[in-house]
Write a protein that binds this ligand. Structure first.
Ligand code: GLY
Length: 321
């Protein structure tokens, strides 16, 4: 076998598929720990929504989003990919000011931003180019595509990268990556609710969170908590999310409630590159793992094959301090 990947979330699966497509034998090892971000996420594809200023991360997110149509087409499955924009609402003067700042820098950076009217909101902005994907369907479709491409899967916990069954090792284990290598990545808990409520037409941000249409119902997210590897939903989290839902005009019965662990780094940028011992790292995607999946798969393939990476990796060097 040529390559072994630690981590079977979206990043590991996309990397495996890219490498298998280039003719390599790939094995993915994953324990199936609860709280995996790929499964828990809301699937927002928001290079503008998650950005607060111009940065190398915004460029990386934008380039990855550009790859999405082609990426999902290759999967031969409906993964709920939509490019129907996102809506941002401000209900307080401070939120209005934040939206105005976004309008200024994003317009100057060449992004499309449109002003809207929205009942009950002091200000509304539309980002018409953003979108969403059903991240759970995407996990399943990627896994199926990997299986068709003869990627092997092993369900087991790793205590060391030495246990990976190949010479070329790739670490894509999200928050758990720090348990396998000395890396500045840590879990940040995010809780989400599923409400039995009419789905909004598009993703809506506001009131300290967001609402996402999901199979005719509505996801409400998300908390940001430092709780270690504890991925248990809490009553406090539920109350916080119900307040966000009310602010955004959603009620409805609670159908489900879960939490995931975002892999966060000190500077908020992912870790993409090679460690001094040769291990390839693709981790720390924080709030943008679903969005960064297509580009990260390509980056990992280029690193494994010794090709020029498709983007400048210097800002994402996993050894940076
Ligand atoms: N990208 C949405 C979140 O992390 O909550």
């Amino acid at each position: 076998m040529d390559v072994a990947i630690a981590g079977g979330g979206l990043i590991g699966l996309a990397s495996a598929l890219e490498l298998a497509g280039r003719g390599l034998e790939v094995t993915v090892v994953d324990a199936g720990d609860p709280g995996q971000a790929s499964w828990a996420a809301a699937g927002i594809l928001g290079p503008q929504s998650e950005a607060h200023e111009p940065s190398p991360l915004v460029e990386l997110c934008t380039k990855s989003y550009e790859l999405y149509p082609q990426f999902v087409q290759k999967l031969q499955a409906d993964v709920g990919f939509r490019q129907n924009g996102t809506l941002h609402l401000a209900f307080t003067e401070a939120e209005v000011e934040a939206l105005e700042q976004r309008l200024t820098w994003q317009t100057q950076s060449g992004f499309r931003v449109e002003q809207r009217k929205h009942d009950g909101a002091l200000k509304a902005l539309s980002f018409p180019d953003e979108g969403q994907v059903d991240n759970r369907k995407l996990v399943q479709a990627l896994r199926a595509a990997c299986e068709r491409a003869k990627v092997k899967f092993e369900k087991r916990a790793l205590t060391s990268l030495e246990e990976l069954p190949a010479r070329i090792k790739v670490l894509c284990a999200g928050s758990w990556s720090a348990k396998l290598a000395k890396l500045p990545v840590a879990p940040q808990k995010g809780q989400i609710l599923l409400l039995d409520e009419r789905a909004p037409a598009q993703v809506i941000f506001g009131g300290g969170g967001y609402a996402v249409p999901r199979n005719g119902r509505t996801l409400i997210g998300a908390t940001s908590e430092d709780a270690g590897f504890d991925a248990t939903p809490t009553a406090e989290g539920r109350e916080q999310l119900l307040r966000i839902a009310a602010r955004l005009g959603f009620a409805g019965n609670l159908l489900d409630h879960w939490a995931g662990l975002r892999p966060v780094t000190p500077d908020g940028l992912p870790l993409l590159g090679r460690l001094p011992n040769g291990t390839i790292v693709a981790a720390g995607h924080y709030r943008n793992g679903v969005l960064l999946t297509p580009m990260t798969g390509r980056v990992v393939a280029a690193l494994v094959l010794g090709e020029a990476p498709p983007v400048d990796l210097l800002p994402f060097d996993p050894s940076r301090r």
